[in-house]
Ligand binder design. Structure first.
Ligand SMILES: *Cc1c(COP(=O)(O)O)cnc(C)c1O
Length: 397
């Protein structure tokens, strides 16, 4: 047995989260694509069946009250809150990440309050949807868009800064940005910061309240395993909620939704971020998926510790199994700068990923030359890591 196989077994034996895998529906495949679509938690199908057959099929309209449908966006927001370091009452679930980026960014510009603050700073390397929406939000609010690389953000801030849209973890490279320092820099310049947590929530501690973040958004189908298209969430810091002026003021965020009044008057609190009728089926599938976080010993700190151990071990196995020079990691080595994925630059990456998938190792390919491997500590083990790197070595050779 190779030394790395022995090491994998040792790490596996010491893994306090190893038992959580049994709560997911998985087969013999090494699934390293949970940063794109999290695996299915075993509790979800039964819950969805109950929601459809009993809540919808039998209770019908009564379920808006009796099954808690109406308050699901806030209730499920409060389930996500501890995972991102937020006290209750600051997160609502609903709509897609793209839509929430729009709400948050326009609201941020409105909060920043005019008088010469006419710039939106955005990460130039951001996930495309964030960039597209920032461009549109800038046009709608009469702002100028300033796309800069994350390391240029501090230098780009100033008296003209209204809002800043940043990613906590870069979706392509897996680089973890310095949320506390960048948030402080935006505040020192007098701006409002919006963080996109798509690739960090559920994988590492975020500390929204602790670091004074203003607004944040994120999806729930990556490390939170909510299922395809499960609704996203919006965080508005408690102290800013009164000033949150939504660009999408729907009846669900009205102070009196069933008053059916012609004039809009926003509700208090996080539910001001709601728009229209929530997508109950997806939302309640997400609620069931979040049950895995209630298990003994499952905490975001434990997840982070295992995530770093997994990515460290993967880098070590890749260095040992893959011929020197064939791949180059674009993910930072320093733990403080690493999310929960490893991205390897490689020629013919699209073809290499195709052959990996054929051999039971599922990651993904990001144009033009990146092999992306996501590590979800709730269900990925050290044996998976060793096998993935070994198969990668075979495929490249
Ligand atoms: C996955 C992801 C999204 C996805 O947005 P949707 O509206 O859910 O399609 C947005 N931003 C980032 C940074 C992402 O990683």
């Amino acid at each position: 047995m190779s030394e790395l196989v022995v090491r994998a077994e040792k790490l596996e034996a010491g893994d306090e989260l190893a038992g959580v895998r049994a709560q997911f529906v998985l087969d013999g495949v090494v699934y390293l694509d949970g940063n794109s679509l999290g695996a299915l938690p075993a509790s979800v199908p039964g819950r969805v069946e109950d929601v459809v057959r009993r809540q919808w099929g039998e209770l019908r309209i009564r379920s808006w009250d009796e099954s808690g449908w109406w308050t699901a966006p806030e209730r499920i927001g409060d389930r996500i809150a501890p995972l991102v370091g937020a006290a209750a009452g600051q997160i609502v679930v609903g709509d897609s990440t793209s839509v929430n980026v729009f709400k948050a960014l326009v609201a941020a510009v409105r909060m920043a309050g005019g008088s010469g603050r006419d710039e939106i700073v955005v990460d130039a390397t951001t996930f495309p949807t964030d960039g597209y929406i920032a461009e549109s939000a800038a046009r709608m609010t009469g702002c100028t868009l300033r796309p800069v690389t994350p390391d240029q953000v501090p230098g780009a801030l100033g008296e003209r800064t209204a809002a800043v849209l940043l990613n906590h973890v870069d979706y392509r490279t897996g680089r973890l940005h310095d949320l506390p320092a960048l948030t402080a820099a935006v505040h020192a310049a007098g701006g409002v910061v919006v963080w996109d947590l798509c690739h960090s929530a559920g994988a590492l501690p975020v500390g929204l309240d602790e670091h004074g973040v203003d607004l944040a958004v994120g999806c729930t189908y990556k490390y939170l395993n909510g299922g395809p298209g499960s609704p996203a969430y919006l965080y508005v810091r408690a102290g800013l909620q009164d000033r949150f002026d939504s660009p999408l003021p729907g009846w669900n965020s009205h102070v009196e939704p069933f008053g059916m009044r012609p004039g809009y008057e926003p509700a208090a609190g996080a539910l001001r971020g709601r728009v229209g009728t929530p997508d109950i089926l997806s939302m309640l599938a997400l609620e069931a998926a979040l049950d895995v976080w209630d298990g003994a010993g499952v905490s975001i700190e434990a997840v982070r510790a295992k995530s770093l151990a997994l990515t460290d071990f993967f880098l070590e196995c890749v260095a040992s199994y893959v011929p020197a020079g064939a791949v180059e990691s674009v993910t930072p080595v320093a733990h403080a700068e690493r999310g929960s994925q490893v991205a390897l630059r490689c020629s013919d990456a699209g073809d290499v990923m195709k052959r990996l998938i054929e051999r039971g190792v599922v990651g993904d390919f990001r144009h033009p030359d990146v092999l992306r491997f996501g590590f979800t500590p709730l269900y990925v083990g050290f044996g998976d890591v060793e096998r993935a790197a070994r198969v990668l070595g075979d495929v490249i050779r």
